[in-house]
Write a protein that binds this ligand. Structure first.
Ligand SMILES: NC(=O)C1=CN([C@@H]2O[C@H](COP(=O)(O)OP(=O)(O)OC[C@H]3O[C@@H](n4cnc5c(N)ncnc54)[C@H](OP(=O)(O)O)[C@@H]3O)[C@@H](O)[C@H]2O)[C@@H](O)CC1
Ligand SMILES: Nc1ncnc2c1ncn2[C@@H]1O[C@H](COP(=O)(O)OP(=O)(O)O)[C@@H](O)[C@H]1O
Ligand SMILES: [K+]
Length: 551
């Protein structure tokens, strides 16, 4: 059975984001570090499976996946590059299984291997004569094979990489890259992960190949969704290597997928009325940022909230009223300098008791009066009103040292990298070096659900869970798309979801809307308002998802 996650609109293949799970177990949605993978391997062994069994399962599962990539596999020429460790061992088993499936196999050893090893022996038993790099001075044999092979399986290094790749392995991988330029029809497949990719951080070695497929063992690795690694793995297939179910309950990272979102989406009874789907107040907008407020209101409505109210400066009312037909309006008092008056906070607070959720921040600006307004609003808001903070609300928080000790209630925060840097005091480089780990730690420290936006958005929960978006879509890198996300999350909060569920479902729906627009117009020229009508369509598509139709 092949279950897929990622997005499916109009049969469009979504490039590097598409991650396909090729195992019947939903555990495959989990994301592991190399340490966690080793722990799972240890638990599997303790439960009675030998390491040799795991390697046998791994090699055979990889071969099965490879065969499935071709309409007709017998007669295909396959080259397997073998490294010194267990990744190479898996490669040897895969080579044997590929030969059994009818391939013409070449095995190329980049390091000496023990001929008594079971994986090596079963290759010899199948009359495959490995070529040794020592005897192939100058790679002349390797070059000749590469000129003719249909596919290359990279089984040089897996999770055990311990230093930069040099010498024969680096030179062989460079040769593959060179030949691939000349022969783009040659398919390159990584066994477990592209050699040289750091499974924890997504860093890559100079020699790492950007492969066509990554057939990973048991679980996807975190580094597949962190850059630059995310650009090297392309289509990800997760092979079932027989790790028993129930061993991974303490693995807390996952890729958000449609099954999860379907399970948490609010039910909409036929006899509903607008009060059934919650009320959202959006506190947003300024003369400079009209669009941020309108986008957040419209997306909240498009994500299913029963009623959306915009709380914004009185003098901008005529503009907002013209743009937002379905939204109701709360007119906030201003100072004589046309800034939000700090006492507008009390006006908003007096009405907020009737609202299920509030989104605060998009386009509010950073005038001192506005910052004062935000602080007063946030300190007075009831715990009964769920909260998502974005943009200038985050900037205002950042001005208070140890802001999370003062603002110590539950909330969703949706920072992009720059806002996250201001909130955390970390540099952009420190954040980008490992977005998942940074997000996980800060969500726990701050006691908030944190949505660290960008390609493969990371959602961190205070309890240690991490949910990662399967989408990397440069089309979304345009002004206003974050305001749309804020509106969606606020809408889901108002409809009864808790903070983590609203954030991960919101991120997924937003990403899916982005993929739909990319499917229609490509990844340049997308504007935030293009996303709006795609929000209900994404929700509809999730609800209609027939798993059996995935392939
Ligand atoms: N976990 C599981 O459940 C299962 C895991 N399985 C498989 O095991 C793989 C991990 O295997 P692994 O630990 O043997 O590591 P691997 O990646 O083969 O490399 C280590 C070897 O490379 C060497 N070496 C490292 N860096 C180097 C460099 N830059 N340049 C040169 N040499 C370098 C290192 O040498 P050393 O550092 O000791 O000198 C050592 O000899 C995993 O990816 C998966 O395929 C499955 O078999 C079954 C289930
Ligand atoms: N390359 C990308 N891949 C996927 N999503 C992206 C990418 N770039 C931006 N996004 C998404 O677009 C939105 C941008 O939000 P933000 O930076 O706050 O912009 P704005 O404030 O203009 O709305 C976020 O949801 C972010 O995750
Ligand atoms: K590999």
């Amino acid at each position: 059975m092949r279950v897929c996650f990622g997005f499916r609109y109009s049969n469009f293949v979504f490039g590097s984001l598409t991650a396909t799970i090729s195992t019947a177990t939903l555990n495959a949605m989990k994301l592991v570090t190399s340490t966690e993978m080793n722990l799972l391997e240890k638990r599997a062994v303790e439960s009675g499976i030998s390491l040799a069994d795991l390697m046998r399962n791994a090699g055979q599962a990889v071969a099965t996946e490879i065969c499935g990539l071709f309409d007709s596999f017998p007669g295909k020429k396959a080259l397997v590059l073998i490294g010194p460790g267990n990744n190479g061992g898996d490669g040897l088993v895969a080579a044997r299984s590929l030969k059994d499936a009818g391939a013409i196999i070449s095995v190329y050893l980049l390091s000496p291997r023990d001929p008594e090893d079971f994986a090596y022996k079963q290759v010899l038993e199948a009359d495959i004569n490995p070529i040794d790099v020592q005897s192939d001075a100058g790679f002349s044999k390797l070059r000749k094979i590469l000129d003719e092979t249909d596919l290359v399986l990279d089984a040089v290094f897996g999770t055990g990489l311990s230093r930069p790749v040099t010498g024969a392995p680096a030179a062989a991988l460079a040769l593959v890259a060179e030949v691939r330029e000349e022969r783009p029809e040659m398919i390159v497949i990584a066994l477990d992960l592209p050699s040289g990719l750091n499974p924890d951080t997504g860093e890559v070695d100079d020699s790492t190949l950007a492969v066509d497929y990554t057939i990973t063992l048991g679980y996807a690795k975190r580094g597949f969704f962190l850059f630059p690694g995310a650009d090297y793995t392309r289509q990800i297939l997760v092979a079932n290597i027989g790790i028993p179910e129930g061993l991974d309950d303490d693995i807390l990272s996952e890729v958000i997928d449609e099954h999860d979102v379907l399970a948490i989406l609010p039910i909409r009874p036929s006899d509903a009325h607008k009060g059934s789907f919650g009320k959202v107040m959006v506190v947003a907008g300024s003369a400079e940022f009209i669009g941020a407020a309108t986008l957040a209101c419209q997306s909240a409505a498009r994500a299913g909230a029963g009623l959306v109210t915009l709380a914004a400066r009185r003098s901008l009312h005529h503009i907002f009223a013209a743009k937002l037909i379905e939204t109701t309006h709360l007119l906030l008092p201003e100072t004589m300098h046309n800034e939000l008056a700090p006492e507008a906070a009390e006006v908003a607070l007096s009405k907020l008791t009737k609202y299920d959720a509030a989104a605060v921040g998009p386009g509010l600006g950073q005038a001192p009066e506005t910052v004062e307004f935000i602080h007063r609003l946030l300190s007075g808001i009831s715990e009964n009103t769920k909260l998502v903070l974005d943009a200038d609300a985050l900037n205002a928080l950042s001005l208070t040292p140890d802001w999370w000790k003062v603002f110590d209630r539950r909330a969703v925060l949706t920072p992009h990298t720059g806002e996250f840097a201001r909130l955390s005091g970390l540099s952009i480089g420190e954040i980008l070096a490992n977005r998942m780990e940074v997000c996980r730690k800060k969500a726990a420290l701050w006691g908030k659900v944190v949505v660290l936006k960008g390609a493969h958005t990371v959602v961190g929960s205070p309890d240690g869970r991490i949910a990662v978006s399967p989408s990397a879509n440069p089309g979304l890198a345009s002004g206003g798309t974050g305001d749309v996300l804020t509106g969606i999350i606020a809408s889901l909060l108002a409809q009864g979801l808790d903070e983590f569920d609203a954030a991960r479902a919101g991120v997924y729906i937003h990403a899916m809307a982005g993929e739909a627009v990319r499917g229609n117009i490509g990844d340049a020229g997308m504007i935030a308002s293009d996303l709006l009508i795609q929000i209900p369509r994404a929700i509809k598509s999730i609800k209609e998802h027939d798993h059996a139709s995935c392939h």
